[in-house]
Design a protein around this ligand. Structure first.
Ligand SMILES: [Zn+2]
Length: 81
């Protein structure tokens, strides 16, 4: 799940994991670093960083489940630049 807000009307936008995956795949196919979608409320264009979207795709293809004693700090919505 990826959550962001519309930069125009502040509408909260949630993308399911499969939608995020599709967005990343589409962007990579076009060699775009920015994924552009329409806000469901105001219909204006909302630009999303593909890099940020990728972070939200669970690494479920990780073959070797190794014990992780120190969980990494997951950057949440307020990730510093
Ligand atoms: Zn909007």
């Amino acid at each position: 799940m990826f959550s962001t807000r519309c930069t125009h009307c502040r509408q909260l936008i949630n993308l399911k994991t499969e939608e995020v995956r599709a967005a990343v795949a589409e962007s990579e196919a076009k060699h775009e670093k920015i994924y552009v979608m329409h806000c469901p409320k105001c219909r204006k264009l909302v630009k999303l960083q593909v890099k940020q979207l990728k972070l939200k795709i669970p690494a479920e293809v990780a073959a070797t489940p190794e014990p992780a004693p120190a969980p990494e700090t997951a950057p949440d919505e307020s990730a510093p630049q």
